[in-house]
Design a protein around this ligand. Structure first.
Ligand SMILES: [Fe+2]
Ligand SMILES: [Fe+2]
Length: 191
């Protein structure tokens, strides 16, 4: 053994590959969760289940709004409600999938769903009311995803990246809704 290899061994960048393989086999029952996972798994799973409830409540609210949208502005707004409903469903699926990867079980029970959810289910009286309620819900979602992302930090990169992707879509949703509100406001002033 020469000096050079001694130096390399002194400061290994990665854990010895044999050791990594041994640990992967040992904790095979952990699925995608390895020893490199630094998150507090229970807490992360709980947070993801709350986000799942939030998304499911949002799907229901957007569906209701889609079917109830009426008035001269209804068509483009209804189409947007439907698109949001479908995207929230996609978020719910991503969250549920990640919960399972982390060894948890996704909570789809309707019982207590509103309590677990961060956002509310508000039917809304008319189109403007619906858009306003949806905007409130999106802003709540943006806040809670931002907090979750900050909490997770570097401890669970895959979950964080998934949440960042969802957050970006919630911001688009809020932007779309705010756009509708200001358009309709202009129309009211004109008319
Ligand atoms: Fe969502
Ligand atoms: Fe959204």
């Amino acid at each position: 053994m020469n000096d050079k290899s001694d130096k390399t061994n002194a400061t290994p960048f990665l854990t010895d590959i044999q050791e990594l393989r041994r640990r992967a086999r040992k904790h095979i029952e952990g699925g995608a969760v390895t020893a490199a996972y630094r998150g507090d798994r229970e807490t992360v799973i709980n947070l993801l289940n709350e986000a799942l409830a939030t998304e499911l409540v949002c799907v229901l609210r957007y569906k209701r709004h889609y079917f109830m949208a009426q008035g001269i502005h209804a068509e483009p707004v209804a189409a947007e409600f439907l698109q949001h409903a479908n995207e929230e469903q996609g978020h719910a699926d991503e969250l549920a999938g990640r919960i399972v990867q982390l060894g948890g079980s996704p909570n789809f029970s309707p019982e207590g769903m509103l309590t677990r959810s961060h956002s509310e289910y508000v039917e809304g009286q008319d189109l403007v009311d619906m858009i306003r309620e949806d905007l409130v819900a999106e802003r709540v979602a943006i806040d809670s995803y931002t907090e979750m992302i900050r909490y997770i930090g570097d401890n669970d990169i895959t979950t964080r990246r998934m949440l960042e992707g969802i957050l970006a879509v919630e911001e688009e949703h809020a932007d779309d809704l705010a756009g509708f509100l200001s358009e309709m406001d202009k129309d009211f002033k004109r008319g």
